[in-house]
Design a protein around this ligand. Structure first.
Ligand code: TXA
Ligand code: MG
Length: 338
């Protein structure tokens, strides 16, 4: 199969493919997604095959309107309506109880809930509205690899396995949406993203943050012991304190292999970088670092052979929670220690 690249003004052709049950990757403000007709069980199951994803992991249902959600979910509560009015289109995925029998087990993983999301991307909203069907939307990467923030990342992982990719340039946020479970008594954050706990609490009051996977302070007994995700081939090590970069560079300089370092400009400009160390700028601050994190990991994976990638850590609060959650998984929980 030849994977076709569609420009933003070619969404009609891409929508037609989706209606025919084909897989088409689409841009969002977070990361690129892998689209398929959510009402077509065969199409949805092909998504798992293309990604190499475990089939018990349910898919996000991507919509272009709240009316589309109402066709599948049970009547929306006032709180849910408020969340949608405030954060949609945008980086918030909402888990809701389903009307029985509306979406297949392939999409829901057999749960009686589903995760709904309306991304902030005009081209994709038009794609879905034109197709007239909700589309499943996991990140468009090979399972376990960093999520794609450029169409070329999607092409690298899925060329020949999917019918098309709608290319709308780089994504803005850089990590996946915040997921909030509204099917439980107390709203629970299942994954941190650009929409923060504080922003959510302003709209619906108390939410519970599921810190289970964050683990910035957890130290594994050996590298790779923890479940790895978003992981390049090299070992990622989190550098928690800016002052530790000097020690990291001293260690790196003593190695025979190439070493990578990803940090903000403020850190890089004061660093004495040994000859075998390649740097990748994460820009100015936590926003740009989040935007560039996955692209940087992929850069080291594809374009240079480094043994270790030292990566700057940030405070695990507010917007930083999303970055640290992904970085922690990329590193398998490994922190640099002097
Ligand atoms: O930003 C995003 O959310 C991106 C873009 C492409 O929209 N999509 C994305 O999808 O990250 P994915 O499939 O990689 O992550 C969706 C997560 C999965 O970890 C899945 O376990 C969880 O959502 N999920 C899906 N349905 C669920 C449900 N009913 N209850 C709890 N978690 C659910
Ligand atoms: Mg993913």
């Amino acid at each position: 199969m030849e994977t076709k690249i569609f420009k933003p003004n070619e969404v009609e052709a891409a929508a037609k493919l989706l209606k025919q049950g084909e897989l088409v990757a689409f841009p969002t403000e977070t990361v690129y997604g892998l689209g398929a007709d959510a009402t077509n069980e065969k199409a949805a199951s092909n998504v798992y095959a293309a990604k190499g994803r475990p089939s018990d992991n349910p898919l996000i249902v991507t919509v272009s309107s709240t009316e589309m959600v109402e066709q599948y979910a049970q009547p929306l509560s006032e709180q849910v309506k408020r969340l949608m009015a405030t954060f949609w289109p945008g980086s918030l995925t909402i888990v809701l109880p389903l009307r029985p029998g509306t979406l297949s087990k392939t999409v829901t993983g057999g749960l009686d809930t589903a995760a709904f999301r309306m991304p902030k991307n005009e081209v994709t909203l038009k794609l879905i509205a034109t197709a007239g069907i909700p589309i499943v939307g996991p990140s468009a990467n090979t399972s376990g690899k960093p999520s794609p923030t450029l169409a070329k990342h999607v092409f690298h992982d899925l060329n020949g396995k999917i019918a098309g990719i709608v290319d709308d340039g780089p994504t803005q946020v850089g990590v996946e949406s915040t997921i909030i479970d509204m099917s439980t008594k107390t709203p629970t954050i299942l994954r941190p993203g650009a929409v923060t706990v504080a922003e959510l609490e302003e709209v619906i009051g108390d939410v519970k943050a599921d810190h289970h996977h964050v683990g910035a302070n957890e130290t594994p007994k050996a590298p790779g012991m923890k479940y790895k995700h978003y992981a390049p081939s090299a070992q990622v090590e989190i550098v928690d304190h800016i002052t530790d970069f000097d020690a990291a560079m001293a260690w790196a300089g003593a190695q025979n292999e190439a070493i990578g370092v990803m940090a903000t400009d403020g850190v890089l400009k004061n660093l004495s970088v040994p000859a075998n160390v390649e740097t990748y700028s994460l820009g100015e601050d936590i926003q740009s670092a989040t935007h560039l994190l996955f692209a940087g990991l992929r850069h080291f994976d594809l374009e240079s052979e480094v043994k270790v990638i030292f990566t700057e850590g940030f405070d695990n609060t507010g917007f930083g929670a999303a970055y640290m959650n992904r970085l922690d998984k990329s590193a398998g929980g490994v922190h640099f220690s002097k």
